[in-house]
Design a protein around this ligand. Structure first.
Ligand SMILES: Cc1cc2nc3c(=O)[nH]c(=O)nc-3n(C[C@H](O)[C@H](O)[C@H](O)COP(=O)(O)OP(=O)(O)OC[C@H]3O[C@@H](n4cnc5c(N)ncnc54)[C@H](O)[C@@H]3O)c2cc1C
Length: 541
């Protein structure tokens, strides 16, 4: 299979880029499951930009920088904030229906934690679904774009003869028939989203296994800021409820967090109580759970009437009711959950990674916008802004990008591999990784637990790499291999940050240290084991 642009992923980043770049050449979008399966599709709150008359770029920049706790790249923040309003206009032109004020016809703007102004364009609590719907409809109409569902990319194909350890020339893709096919492209663009599935509890969909970050790392790309994992404080805790968020708005309406005896605990940790910032509430819940040894705490909104709750939170009300929880009567069992990866593949202002022929966009990328903590609703914004910048780069360098020769590459070889007869070998490790990450590398960290996690993860990685060689690949194994590597990146990055900043909190170094106002950049060490990774350079911010 040969194409001009190979886009891996069909969320907001992949689709926005595909729609633009299709004017330059043929685009193939491969996506792991069905085309809607993405974090984009679950995004609730909305997309931030300076859209109100009483708002300004300076204020949006300031809010973003404050949230980022000293690790944002100021130039990137300025560029993303500046490009926000025209990109929202592009989304509207592409068919996205944001909610508008009935009288004025202007966008109805929401205000979220950390924003000093109303600046979040939304489609009620289904913003992501509306964006995904509109972009997929536009892509469907486009004769230059093909979207291939159930086509997970396994690894990048590298032309190792090219200079500087090689150029990316496409990806090996696992087709539905079970065959692995080489997809060759002039430019390969990773838009595979985040990696919430590394943790036992996550708000992310099943596709979020950090595939793009792992593939890029294996190919030699630089990766940074992986220690900054954002946890959402309240995800529904129920054996059958997967990744369902109980929105902050419930606390906004007076819900209190209680332990199993119905006793409030937030005041012990933060004078703002239940309305403290996400990271602070998540940390308090984590401490309560670790101290009691229990699996969850409870969010109690029983002070409100049944009528009020049904009207104000229809989706939450119904979802909980399905699991036998009447929220006007029963406290809701909740746990914090991994929500967003601030770090990722290091890219420049146009989405180029450190590997020639390889770009990364959206949650997979580390652009410098989020620093040590993402400001709410800035991630959808980052994805659309960078999709446009990446297209601009390809357009301005069209001759060079499209003029690249496609080299001869080796077909995928399974070597001596045999069928895996015991799926338990894979499933056991899934569970082990996610539990280890949750218990040892979660919201509150310590050197002791991080070191233990590193030891265990090295053994797991060794075993998985062996399985990968011994058995035919499967979709399950591809993901397991990726989450184990991404887990190791998070552990290493956390070990190297001996301070507490933004989303990274460690008991052993509980304060911010000036000397750590830097990104630790990781890359694989050629000739060593993959998991034997190290920080190759630091970027002072
Ligand atoms: C519940 C929830 C609510 C959120 N609310 C908001 C919000 O209100 N505002 C905001 O700004 N952000 C929000 N976020 C974050 C935001 O939704 C994501 O950061 C953003 O949508 C990421 O977009 P993306 O295109 O990078 O990745 P995604 O939308 O996750 O898309 C990734 C795509 O890559 C595909 N893929 C993955 N691996 C492979 C592979 N190996 N081969 C082929 N395809 C692959 C997936 O199938 C998918 O199509 C929320 C996230 C969640 C989970």
């Amino acid at each position: 299979m040969e194409t001009d642009f190979l886009v891996v992923g069909s969320g907001i980043a992949g689709l926005s880029f595909a729609l633009r770049v299709a004017e330059l050449g043929r685009v193939v979008v491969v996506t792991k499951k069905e085309r809607m399966d993405s974090s984009t599709n679950l995004a609730q709150g909305g997309i931030a930009a300076v859209l109100a008359e009483d708002d300004s770029g300076t204020e949006h920049e300031r809010d973003t920088l404050e949230s980022g706790a000293g690790l944002c790249d100021r130039d990137v923040v300025r560029m993303v904030v500046r490009d926000g309003p025209p990109r929202i206009a592009d989304l509207i032109a592409a068919g996205v229906k944001f909610v508008t004020d009935e009288k004025t016809g202007k966008l109805d703007l929401g205000k979220e934690g950390g924003h000093s102004r109303r600046r979040v364009a939304h489609s009620y609590d289904l913003t992501g679904r509306e964006i995904e719907r509109a972009l997929l409809a536009a892509v469907k109409e486009h004769p230059q774009i093909s979207v291939l569902e159930n086509h997970p990319a396994i690894d990048l194909i590298m032309d190792r003869k090219a200079k500087d350890r090689g150029r990316c020339v496409g990806a090996y893709v696992f087709e539905e028939s079970g065959k692995v096919v080489s997809y060759l492209a002039k430019m390969t663009v990773l838009c595979t989203g985040g990696c919430g599935k590394v943790y036992l509890y996550t708000s992310n969909p099943d596709i979020a296994t950090g595939d793009g970050i792992a593939m890029a790392f294996r190919a030699g790309a630089q990766v940074a800021n992986m220690e900054f994992v954002q946890f959402h404080p309240t995800c529904l805790f129920h054996p059958r409820a997967k990744n369902f968020l109980i929105s902050e708005a419930v606390r906004g309406e007076g819900a209190v967090l209680v332990d199993r005896y119905g006793k409030r605990f937030m005041d012990k940790y933060d004078s703002r109580g239940e309305l403290a910032t996400r990271d602070s509430v998540a940390r308090a819940i984590d401490r309560e759970m670790k101290a009691s040894g229990l699996d969850c705490v409870y969010l109690d909104i029983t002070s409100k009437s049944n009528e009020f709750l049904y009207k104000r939170f229809p989706t939450i009300y119904e979802k909980c009711r399905k699991f036998g929880i009447t929220i006007s009567r029963d406290p809701i069992p909740v746990v914090p959950a991994a929500h967003y990866m601030c770090g990722g593949v290091v890219v420049d202002m146009y989405g180029n990674s450190s590997v020639d022929g390889l770009m990364a966009l959206g949650e997979t990328a580390n652009t410098g916008l989020h620093g040590a903590n993402r400001l709410a609703s800035n991630s959808l914004l980052e994805a659309v802004v960078y999709a446009e910048k990446a297209w601009r780069y390809c357009r301005d360098h069209k001759k060079e990008v499209l003029g690249r020769e496609t080299p001869q590459v080796d077909d995928w070889s399974s070597g001596e591999a045999i069928d895996l007869e015991e799926e338990i070998l894979i499933n056991h490790n899934w569970d082990l990784i996610r539990r280890t990450m949750w218990n040892y590398v979660g919201i509150v960290r310590s050197d002791k637990r991080l070191k233990l996690a590193k030891e265990r993860m090295s053994d797991i990685l060794k075993e998985i790499e062996q399985h990968y060689r011994d058995y035919y690949v499967s979709a399950n194994m591809i993901e397991l291999r990726n989450i184990s590597l991404v887990a190791m990146m998070i552990i290493e990055a956390a070990l190297q940050r001996q301070e507490s900043r933004g989303l990274h909190y460690t008991k052993d170094y509980p304060v911010v240290k000036q000397e750590f106002q830097r990104w630790n950049i990781f890359a694989r060490r050629w000739g060593k084991q993959l998991w034997d990774m190290d920080c190759i350079k630091q970027k002072r911010i």
